[in-house]
Design a binder for this molecule. Structure first.
Ligand code: SAH
Ligand code: SF4
Ligand code: F3S
Length: 436
């Protein structure tokens, strides 16, 4: 029997995909290993979103290759988005690789591995229009037993001009409702308390007659003991119906990740984001008036093609206006084959990108700190996730608003919802004490 080891990079979707791959291989007689040392098959599930993500994986492959010296029978594979976007180029650059498999061919991995065993190098990057792996229950080895991800749709049709995802993940498709309910049922039976519904664009979920708000409705009603989160949403698909659904159920988290990418209409247009800042702000207003305690987070790219100092200032102004509680911030990284790489020059120099990124990171830290200070004195229901890394007499969890709270307590409370009063904070964390 052969043993496999899998290492995961990139987004939450990839975490679920690795769990699906694990299930497929276990079903086909392979053994799982959580250590690379005694594995016969080493798989890296990869990300292509920025060049840096790819560079890390390439360096890791070169490092892993040293294991082949002591055991030449080891097989090394790259699966996921890098396999899909780079194909044979990757094999030319890293000849030690034995297999490349894209995100829609995981069912074929057992056959691919048998071929590889006969010393053939295999590249399979077929994309599918309907694969959702809906019948495969993910095997969650690397879990805290409390929070789980459930994939509800795959792919993306938005073609933001900078983004590689529509090419690595193919067209949008939604998983059938029944299989989602079945998976959540199984997680609830295992004692999971928090489920994050995943998709590149979850709010465009649509399976026959069921759209995303309706799916949330079904889940929130049927599983009152579970807190539901979801990611990620495209602003253009944020509907009133969705806002009303979040407002209606206390077991749908009061936190919304609404990536804006830029504060400048000119840049948004070039990015093909399909909304203006006014339209975006209107959605933020709707969210906040219907759900006053909701927190909003975002993604921002700085230094996109042609971004002027004035565009950058507009991003800063937008951040000051919206007051995100959290933001993922990136320097633009040109990706091969995207519309931007063909049409728009990557013409903001590295130094300027770095300076702009640092400016928005500094600003975001100040805003997060200001917002966190306003939470002092408030009491929240918190799902306890584990022991604090810094102090083993403290435990931590997140509130419905997705803020991390650290407080003195015993790990026996793991998996419980407890009331915590906020007494202090940093820009990244709330500090609290248990309340009865
Ligand atoms: N589907 C999600 C997120 C996809 S990737 C959405 O649309 O919100 C996560 C984030 O990576 C994006 O929101 C964007 O901010 C960033 N990103 C995508 N492509 C990028 C690129 N070429 N360079 C830098 N950041 C990028
Ligand atoms: Fe990429 Fe845009 Fe699709 Fe998000 S919505 S995955 S940023 S193309
Ligand atoms: Fe990366 Fe692919 Fe996710 S490119 S962000 S792993 S969809």
């Amino acid at each position: 029997m052969k043993t496999f080891y899998i290492e995961t990079y990139g987004c939450q979707m990839n975490i679920v995909d690795s769990e699906i791959v694990t299930s497929i291989l276990l079903r086909n007689g392979y053994l799982y290993s959580d250590s690379i040392q005694n594995a016969d098959i080493i798989l890296l599930n990869t990300c292509s979103i920025r060049e840096h993500a790819e560079d890390r994986v390439k360096a890791r492959i070169r490092q892993i290759n040293s294991l082949k010296k002591s055991n030449p029978n080891i097989k090394i594979g790259i699966i996921g988005c890098m396999a899909e976007s780079l194909k044979e180029k990757l094999l030319n650059e890293l000849p030690m690789l034995d297999l490349l498999a894209g995100p829609d061919v995981y069912r074929n991995l057992p056959e691919i591995l048998s071929e590889v065993d006969r010393d053939n190098k295999i590249i399979n990057t077929m994309l599918s229009e309907d694969e959702t792996y809906s019948d495969i229950l993910p095997t969650r080895y690397d879990t805290n037993g409390i929070s789980a991800y459930v994939s509800i749709m795959r792919g993306c049709n938005n073609f933001c001009s900078y983004c590689v995802v529509p090419y690595t993940r193919g067209r949008e498709r939604s998983r059938n409702v029944e299989s989602i309910v079945d998976e959540v049922t199984s997680l609830a039976q295992q004692g999971f308390k928090e489920i994050t519904l995943l998709g590149q664009n979850v709010n465009s979920y649509n399976y026959i007659e069921t759209n995303f708000p309706l799916l949330l409705n079904i889940l929130a009603e049927q599983f009152p003991q579970i807190l539901f989160r979801f990611a990620t949403s495209h602003p253009k698909d944020l509907s009133i119906e969705l806002i009303e659904t979040i407002a209606k159920y206390q077991n749908i988290a009061k936190s919304f990740h609404l990536p804006v990418q830029s504060g400048s209409d000119a840049i948004l247009k070039k990015m093909n984001r399909k909304y203006t800042i006014d339209e975006y702000l209107e959605k933020v207003k709707l969210l906040r008036s219907a759900i006053p305690d909701i927190t909003i987070s975002t993604d921002i790219i700085c230094g996109f093609s042609g971004e002027t100092e004035d565009d950058h200032k507009q991003t800063i102004e937008l951040m000051k206006e919206v007051k995100y509680f959290f933001a993922f911030m990136f320097k633009y990284s040109e990706r091969p084959n995207t519309v931007a790489s063909r049409k728009y020059a990557d013409n903001v120099d590295e130094q300027t990108k770095t300076r702009r990124l640092n400016e928005i990171i500094d600003l975001q830290q100040k805003i997060s700190y200001e917002l966190n200070k306003q939470d002092i004195g408030k009491t929240y229901k918190v799902l306890v996730e584990g022991t604090s890394k810094k102090n083993n007499k403290e435990i931590f969890g997140r509130n419905s608003q997705n803020k991390v709270i650290v407080f003195p307590g015993d790990i026996s409370m793991k998996g419980e919802f407890v009331n915590v009063e906020v007494v202090d904070c940093t820009s990244a964390t709330l500090i609290g004490r248990l309340k009865n």
